[in-house]
Design a protein around this ligand. Sequence first.
Ligand SMILES: [Zn+2]
Length: 155
Amino acid sequence: MRILKKSVSKHFESFYKDIVDRIGVPKFCATATPARGDCRLENGVAIVRLRTDLNKSSFEQHAAHELLHALQLVEGWPRIVSSLPDESPIVELGIRLQSIVLDLSVEERAKQMGFDSTQNMDAQYQNLNKEMLIQMLLLGRQSILSIGLLNSDIV
Ligand SMILES: [Zn+2]
Protein backbone atom coordinates (compact mmCIF):
# COMPACT_ATOMS: atom_id res chain seq x y z
CA MET A 1 0.00 0.00 0.00
CA ARG A 2 1.17 3.53 -0.78
CA ILE A 3 0.29 6.90 0.70
CA LEU A 4 1.46 9.96 -1.24
CA LYS A 5 3.64 7.62 -3.33
CA LYS A 6 5.42 6.31 -0.23
CA SER A 7 5.12 2.63 0.55
CA VAL A 8 4.01 1.85 4.08
CA SER A 9 4.50 -1.21 6.29
CA LYS A 10 1.94 -3.97 6.85
CA HIS A 11 1.61 -2.71 10.40
CA PHE A 12 0.69 0.77 9.19
CA GLU A 13 -1.69 -0.71 6.65
CA SER A 14 -3.69 -2.52 9.31
CA PHE A 15 -3.72 0.60 11.50
CA TYR A 16 -4.92 2.60 8.49
CA LYS A 17 -7.76 0.15 7.76
CA ASP A 18 -8.89 0.39 11.36
CA ILE A 19 -8.95 4.20 11.13
CA VAL A 20 -10.79 4.15 7.79
CA ASP A 21 -13.47 1.96 9.40
CA ARG A 22 -14.02 4.74 11.91
CA ILE A 23 -13.58 7.96 9.89
CA GLY A 24 -14.04 6.98 6.26
CA VAL A 25 -11.38 7.30 3.56
CA PRO A 26 -9.23 10.37 4.17
CA LYS A 27 -7.71 12.55 1.47
CA PHE A 28 -3.94 12.98 1.71
CA CYS A 29 -1.99 16.00 0.48
CA ALA A 30 1.74 16.59 0.54
CA THR A 31 2.93 19.64 2.42
CA ALA A 32 6.36 21.24 2.56
CA THR A 33 5.83 23.22 5.73
CA PRO A 34 8.21 22.48 8.56
CA ALA A 35 5.33 21.26 10.74
CA ARG A 36 4.61 17.58 11.20
CA GLY A 37 1.48 18.01 9.15
CA ASP A 38 -2.10 18.77 10.01
CA CYS A 39 -5.63 17.68 9.38
CA ARG A 40 -9.10 19.12 9.07
CA LEU A 41 -12.57 17.96 8.13
CA GLU A 42 -14.13 19.20 4.92
CA ASN A 43 -17.72 18.10 4.35
CA GLY A 44 -17.11 15.14 6.60
CA VAL A 45 -13.94 14.05 4.77
CA ALA A 46 -10.65 14.15 6.66
CA ILE A 47 -8.02 16.13 4.76
CA VAL A 48 -4.60 15.09 6.05
CA ARG A 49 -1.51 17.04 5.03
CA LEU A 50 1.80 15.27 5.49
CA ARG A 51 5.44 15.93 4.80
CA THR A 52 6.85 13.41 2.39
CA ASP A 53 10.54 14.17 2.90
CA LEU A 54 10.75 11.80 5.86
CA ASN A 55 12.06 8.27 6.19
CA LYS A 56 9.52 5.49 6.26
CA SER A 57 9.22 5.15 10.00
CA SER A 58 8.96 8.93 10.66
CA PHE A 59 6.46 9.25 7.84
CA GLU A 60 4.31 6.49 9.35
CA GLN A 61 4.52 8.03 12.82
CA HIS A 62 3.47 11.44 11.52
CA ALA A 63 0.72 9.94 9.39
CA ALA A 64 -0.57 7.94 12.38
CA HIS A 65 -0.46 11.09 14.51
CA GLU A 66 -2.49 13.12 12.03
CA LEU A 67 -4.95 10.30 11.36
CA LEU A 68 -5.57 10.07 15.09
CA HIS A 69 -6.24 13.84 15.12
CA ALA A 70 -8.73 13.20 12.31
CA LEU A 71 -10.35 10.56 14.50
CA GLN A 72 -10.58 13.13 17.31
CA LEU A 73 -12.32 15.55 14.90
CA VAL A 74 -14.82 12.87 13.92
CA GLU A 75 -15.35 12.03 17.58
CA GLY A 76 -16.09 15.71 18.24
CA TRP A 77 -13.17 16.67 20.47
CA PRO A 78 -13.24 20.44 20.83
CA ARG A 79 -10.69 22.55 19.01
CA ILE A 80 -9.75 26.14 19.55
CA VAL A 81 -7.68 27.02 16.49
CA SER A 82 -5.52 25.05 14.10
CA SER A 83 -2.83 27.66 13.54
CA LEU A 84 -1.56 30.82 15.14
CA PRO A 85 -3.57 33.74 13.73
CA ASP A 86 -1.98 36.25 16.07
CA GLU A 87 0.31 36.29 19.03
CA SER A 88 -2.03 37.46 21.74
CA PRO A 89 -1.59 35.66 25.06
CA ILE A 90 -5.16 34.37 24.86
CA VAL A 91 -4.55 32.69 21.51
CA GLU A 92 -1.27 31.24 22.70
CA LEU A 93 -2.87 29.94 25.88
CA GLY A 94 -5.65 28.37 23.85
CA ILE A 95 -3.20 26.69 21.50
CA ARG A 96 -1.12 25.33 24.37
CA LEU A 97 -4.16 23.97 26.17
CA GLN A 98 -5.39 22.41 22.96
CA SER A 99 -2.01 20.81 22.32
CA ILE A 100 -1.77 19.38 25.79
CA VAL A 101 -5.17 17.78 25.58
CA LEU A 102 -5.26 16.72 21.94
CA ASP A 103 -1.60 15.80 21.43
CA LEU A 104 -1.24 13.90 24.68
CA SER A 105 -4.32 11.88 23.88
CA VAL A 106 -3.14 11.25 20.31
CA GLU A 107 0.27 10.14 21.54
CA GLU A 108 -1.26 7.80 24.08
CA ARG A 109 -3.39 6.16 21.41
CA ALA A 110 -0.51 6.09 18.92
CA LYS A 111 1.69 4.33 21.45
CA GLN A 112 -1.01 1.73 22.15
CA MET A 113 -1.27 1.13 18.42
CA GLY A 114 2.47 0.73 17.97
CA PHE A 115 3.40 4.19 16.70
CA ASP A 116 5.41 5.82 19.41
CA SER A 117 6.34 9.22 18.05
CA THR A 118 7.01 10.93 21.35
CA GLN A 119 10.63 11.43 20.30
CA ASN A 120 9.37 13.56 17.41
CA MET A 121 7.17 15.76 19.51
CA ASP A 122 8.21 19.27 20.28
CA ALA A 123 10.27 19.35 23.44
CA GLN A 124 7.66 21.52 25.12
CA TYR A 125 5.03 18.81 24.79
CA GLN A 126 7.25 15.88 25.65
CA ASN A 127 6.88 16.19 29.38
CA LEU A 128 3.99 17.89 31.00
CA ASN A 129 6.10 19.18 33.83
CA LYS A 130 5.78 21.75 36.55
CA GLU A 131 7.58 24.44 34.56
CA MET A 132 5.16 24.07 31.70
CA LEU A 133 2.19 24.30 34.02
CA ILE A 134 3.63 27.45 35.60
CA GLN A 135 4.07 28.92 32.11
CA MET A 136 0.42 28.17 31.44
CA LEU A 137 -0.60 29.96 34.63
CA LEU A 138 1.44 32.99 33.62
CA LEU A 139 -0.13 32.97 30.16
CA GLY A 140 -3.56 32.67 31.76
CA ARG A 141 -2.77 35.64 33.96
CA GLN A 142 -1.54 37.68 30.98
CA SER A 143 -4.65 36.73 29.04
CA ILE A 144 -6.98 37.82 31.78
CA LEU A 145 -5.06 41.06 32.18
CA SER A 146 -5.13 41.69 28.43
CA ILE A 147 -8.91 41.53 28.29
CA GLY A 148 -9.15 43.82 31.29
CA LEU A 149 -10.92 41.44 33.64
CA LEU A 150 -8.44 41.99 36.43
CA ASN A 151 -6.48 44.88 37.69
CA SER A 152 -2.76 44.19 37.45
CA ASP A 153 -2.28 45.32 41.08
CA ILE A 154 -4.45 42.46 42.29
CA VAL A 155 -2.85 39.65 40.33
ZN1 LIG B 1 -0.68 16.87 17.01
